[in-house]
Write a protein that binds this ligand. Sequence first.
Ligand code: HSE
Length: 444
Amino acid sequence: MAEPLRIALAGIGTVGAGVIRLIETNGALITRRAGRPIAITAVSARDRGKDRGVDISGYGWEDDMTAMAARGDVDAVVELVGGADGPALTLARNAIAHGKSLVTANKAMIAHHGLELAALSEQARVALKFEAAVAGGIPVIKGLREGAAANRIERLYGILNGTCNFILSAMEDTGRDFADVLAEAQARGYAEADPGFDIEGTDAAHKLAILSAIAFGTRIDFASVDTAGITRIQAADIAQAGTLGYVIRLIGIAEVDSFDENGAGGTRRLFQRVQPHLVPCGHPLAHVDGATNAVVAEGNFAGRLLFQGAGAGDGPTASAVVADLIDIARGDLGGEAGAPFSIPVAEMETMAPAPSGHRRSRAYIRFTVADRPGVLAEITAAMRDAGVSIESLIQRGRAEEGGDVMVAIVTHDGPEVGVRRALALLEGSASLSEAPLVMQILGE
Ligand code: HSE
């Protein structure tokens, strides 16, 4: 029997415990597939005595997780601590500096420091793998980096946050309110330590920035992802969307564009956005419910590829972590030929962010307005003056004296800048009780 791949595991939370359980449960199968066993040599976490439902007494223990990188009995380090910086980043740098391969589920760290870590790993000729950082158990990084490697990817979009998808689909199915459903998502172990990362769209933006780099060969640019979360979505929006034949999903979308601020063609630019969208009921993404994630990649030869599966939770995320370990056990040790982002860091293209004003789509705009004469006229006049054509307009309910009502508008296809101009004309209007909410409608 070949020597085992000896691993150190930092962080034994939901995913870490899942990794231990998976290696213990499927050990024999993994050994056959990898050609050698994967053996846990050392573990580290904040609290040694905590009950995690797995027995860690048989593994070496390190109080200081960053020290695991220097151990002579470790070939690969698995970082499941989380956080873009701090101990996770120190451990990652130390591991590579000590010639260890690194497997991580840490999307924040990869979105912020992935290029630095990839360059270090390429120089050190060790593996840096992060399948579990994007879309839980779905092998989308492998899918893009390996399966679709021959294609130019034209566009990439999908549902990248299980917590948001769970919340939106549960609100849709049950009519429950946002806070109640968020608490359930947290209890199920889907949400980040800071659920703000989920519901404000940051987690999806981390994942989108990582996928963009792999799909388009561009340097990671998390800061330029135009990000909005789901906190402003009301049950009434979901009901309204349903009446019109749509569901609401938080969608991340990225593509290479070549338009400048004036809509003129020219230099290649990277468009990246995370925003709630109205998704037509017939679209494959409309059927993605619960904590499921789905990513669509359009290849110039493969056509439309759809990757779908559990996007969060201990089992699926552990499955992705251990798949990376199996690759390393099989001998995929990185170096330039094993570039973590598919092409070596030095060859990745720097692209300026693409402006979005010229992008065409239909849009849903929800206004909360005072229920009095002239309000609709004011809104439609702003649309007319900005050149926005209205496809439908619905006012829901009749408010009590002095109360607010909801007005939902769907526009015809047109440039985004038109809607922005219309809303700028309405800014400060006494008729509007709160800022309007705009959601793009995903094309078929
Ligand atoms: N909080 C993340 C989600 C977990 O809800 O998708 C997986 O990254």
